[in-house]
Design a protein around this ligand. Sequence first.
Ligand SMILES: [Zn+2]
Length: 70
Amino acid sequence: MDGEATLEQVISNGYRLRAYCEGCGHTAFLDVIDLAGRYGPARPLSAIRRRLSCRHCRGRACALQIAIDW
Ligand SMILES: [Zn+2]
């Protein structure tokens, strides 16, 4: 994989996206199909990360992890 991963790459590989809040440690799986519908499948993950906020503490320090095993 060259450069930044996009939503499309995550979906086509059957991976999932997990958001991790650096503020409170809350983790949540994201609906990548829904994100691709809202932001476009070519959107890089770094752009998605900037739009995230924690559902638990409303912090914005979220990390994105690609979850391959499930
Ligand atoms: Zn949080």
